[in-house]
Design a protein around this ligand. Sequence first.
Ligand code: PEP
Ligand code: MG
Length: 328
Amino acid sequence: RQAAYAELRDVEPFTRCGTRITVMMNAGLRDDMSTLPLSGADGVGLFRTEFQFLVSSTLPQRERQTRLYRDVLDAAGDKPVIFRTVDIGGDKAVPYLNSAIAERDENPALGWRALRLALEREGLLKSQARALLEAAAGRTLNVMFPMVSEPWEFDDARAVFEGQLEYLRGRRKLVPEVINYGCMLEVPALAEVMEQMVERASFISVGTNDLTQFLFAADRANPKLAERYDWLSPAILRFLARVSQGVVGHKVDLAVCGEMGGRRLEALALLGIGYRRLSITPAAVGPIKELVRKVDLEEITTQMTEWLLRPPPNMRAALQGWAAEREI
Ligand code: PEP
Ligand code: MG
């Protein structure tokens, strides 16, 4: 099968009905970039910049950050990369930044983390913004903010980037040709103000790992809760379907970048509720491209619409049966 996926590397993932699906990969290390050409992914839909912060015992110097981001862009060549600003705090504790706070955080996943932390530690976000702007000088910069819960957080984070951009321009430095700002949708509250986000963001990427834990109030890292929710549950699928309906008619790219998108039946369901962009673990790119090529979008959309109105007793079994009948 590996050989079959290798053959698919340069094959573009068009559905049976001829729609191009964007299949990107998630990354977080310089070394991950070697899998970009090997996997045949369309780009990096989520680059988790916090890895550099997590493996360091001190706050990474701006020059080190710039070097990493530049290397990543060089390795990606013509393919796009979406850099997510640091998502530290919560379960990704960094001793040099938030130990005192983390001790006080009774619910770290709901606590002082990600953009919440970055907006307060403005020096940290400023230095990351500058590093990203410098690394992408003369190219396109795609930057994404994690854990946005309300539109103002997106505005404030963007303003930090714009401030750094002005600073660089003032010094006659080369800046990115294009900057696209986007956000993660992983806090359910943000979905309730989608109409405000579609006006602001160039792209929105649904982080189903966190979104699921928040929707079900079930810690994603607790193995005792692992059986308590299913990505194919009607609750999640209906939620995701509403999100995808919310971007119809707007110039915003909607993607899923959680682990869900890398699984066969889950990806099938996502296609059926309007998602056309996935960013997934590199190993899943081949299998998902293969799946995409067998799917007729109209057929799965009709089926999912029906199933979301009247959920079958077991959505997983229903999808499995549907796929098997079509030799998908
Ligand atoms: C997510 O929450 O789905 C996500 C992609 O981000 P992370 O797994 O890094 O929290
Ligand atoms: Mg997340």
